[in-house]
Design a protein around this ligand. Structure first.
Ligand code: HEC
Length: 129
């Protein structure tokens, strides 16, 4: 009698574990479909100073600043970044579209989230916020 109870408990525990694991994978699938930028990628109310400028500072400014800026494109502040976007070469370069030089040069592509945030910030009006 005692043994059977233990067996039953074990079976219940295993069953619940399997149910939880499968529920979790379902949850992940849905999240990826809902948020193409990846988990926890916030593309709402994107702030220039908090989100956009750091992406450029960390990935682009090393080559795109000062008198010898690559391709004559400077990316060190809001005005310069807006000018580069309006020049029509920036979005194609960071999203590695054909006909553009892939940026950042010699380094891995920006994360899907960073690219989504830049695109969202452009759609929101390229605010200096
Ligand atoms: C290691 C140096 C380096 C880094 C880092 C770098 N660039 Fe560049 N970039 C270049 C050079 C060199 C060119 C010009 C030569 C070319 O087009 O391949 C260029 C060209 C460009 C162009 C013009 C592309 C075109 O097809 O007309 C854009 C826009 C650009 N970079 C944006 C960026 C952005 C945005 C980043 C950061 C995500 C970045 N770059 C990071 C070196 C760099």
């Amino acid at each position: 009698m005692e043994r059977q109870t233990i067996k039953l408990k074990t079976i219940i525990v295993i069953f619940i574990s399997i149910a939880l694991i499968s529920l979790q994978s379902c949850y992940k699938d849905n999240e990826e479909e809902l948020y193409p930028g990846g988990d926890n990628c916030n593309t709402e109310n994107v702030s220039f100073s908090q989100t956009i400028m750091p992406i450029f500072t960390n990935n682009c400014v090393g080559c795109h600043s000062g008198a010898g800026a690559s391709a004559g494109i400077k990316l060190t502040n809001h005005t310069e970044i807006v000018a580069a976007i309006d020049g029509g070469r920036l979005v194609g370069a960071i999203s590695h579209q054909s006909g553009f030089s892939a940026m950042p040069q010699g380094a891995p592509k920006l994360s899907d989230c960073a690219i989504s945030q830049i695109e969202a910030w452009i759609v929101l009006g390229k605010n200096n916020n």
